[in-house]
Design a protein around this ligand. Structure first.
Ligand SMILES: [Zn+2]
Ligand SMILES: [Zn+2]
Length: 289
């Protein structure tokens, strides 16, 4: 199934270049006519739905993102320095296992949140619709929009998600005795790796859509599949966007595909609620004005 999706991604990209390539020709100043963009565009910044969704980004949302990014990075730095302070070589093996488990958990969490927002709910939902579901809808019909978002818009929501666990960790480092910190040190390493990778998920996702000017070390991490590689993430961007939801490292995409994890979960939810998966996503994709 994953292989079929990959073949699909490759054949679709041959027939109709994906948006990343659309940007490349634009940036090179060779705005060639694209058969996929004639009439109503299927995707890209000129798509009617993409334009409407981009306009829903408000100044209140921007402020929320700024506050979350600043607080989150202060907490990340404080916790990192505290972890170094209490580090002991005795724990090396268990620290490595804890960090690895944290990264795997972050990848699964990215898949679960991404799948939930892509598959269920609607932009019309009060508060969460415009603030948190809108970016997912926009991303499917204008995948390159993320590459034009600045650091704050890219990372604001993920920074918000990790604020509470990072604040709890900082509290422990400030008020717990060294003895108690020593006892729970591996757990703190797990939580820190999890929080760090959750925080970075959308930045990693943005890099997976960026084909120009990436630093060499980012390309190295992508090529060695330490973070989400560009080719790997293209499988998710084949309509109807029903697989490869994990966007931190992408390590879990293949095993979850093999066991039909997302399909089974969707069948179960549809059976219980009667809701059809991705109906709102499809509605935005088909918008012509
Ligand atoms: Zn998606
Ligand atoms: Zn994407």
């Amino acid at each position: 199934m994953a292989r079929k999706a990959q073949e699909g991604a490759e054949s679709e990209s041959r027939l109709c270049p994906m948006a990343e390539e659309g940007v490349s020709t634009e940036r090179c100043g060779e705005a060639k006519s694209d058969p996929c963009m004639e009439g109503s565009p299927r995707w890209g910044p000129q798509h009617a739905g993409a334009k409407e969704l981009a306009e829903l980004y408000s100044s209140g949302k921007r402020l929320q993102e700024w506050i979350c990014v600043i607080l989150c990075f202060i907490l990340l730095c404080f916790n990192f320095v505290s972890l170094i302070r209490y580090f002991s070589f005795e724990h090396t093996a268990s620290i490595i296992i804890s960090i690895f488990a944290g990264i795997i958990t972050a990848d699964f969490a990215s898949g679960l949140v991404h799948w939930g927002a892509d598959t269920w709910g609607s932009v019309d939902l009060p508060i969460v619709g415009k603030a948190f579901i809108r970016p997912f809808r926009e991303h499917h019909i204008d995948p390159t929009a993320i590459t034009r978002h600045d650091f704050i818009e890219t990372n604001g929501d993920n920074c918000m998600a990790t604020l509470i666990p990072l604040a709890c960790m900082a509290y422990k480092f400030m008020f717990y005795t060294p003895d108690l910190i020593y006892k729970t040190y591996q757990l703190e390493c797990f939580i820190f790796a999890l929080a760090m990778f959750v925080t970075l998920t959308n930045q990693i996702h943005k890099w997976s859509h960026t084909y120009f000017g990436l630093p060499g070390w980012v390309v190295f991490l992508q090529d060695w599949h330490i973070i989400l590689p560009r080719k790997h993430h293209r499988i998710h961007h084949v309509s109807p966007h029903e697989t490869y939801f994990c966007i931190t490292t992408g390590w879990l995409n293949y095993p979850l595909e093999i066991i039909g994890f997302w399909r089974r979960l969707e069948d179960f939810i549809q059976g219980v609620t009667g809701e059809k998966p991705r109906s709102d996503d499809l509605k935005w994709a088909q918008k012509v004005k």
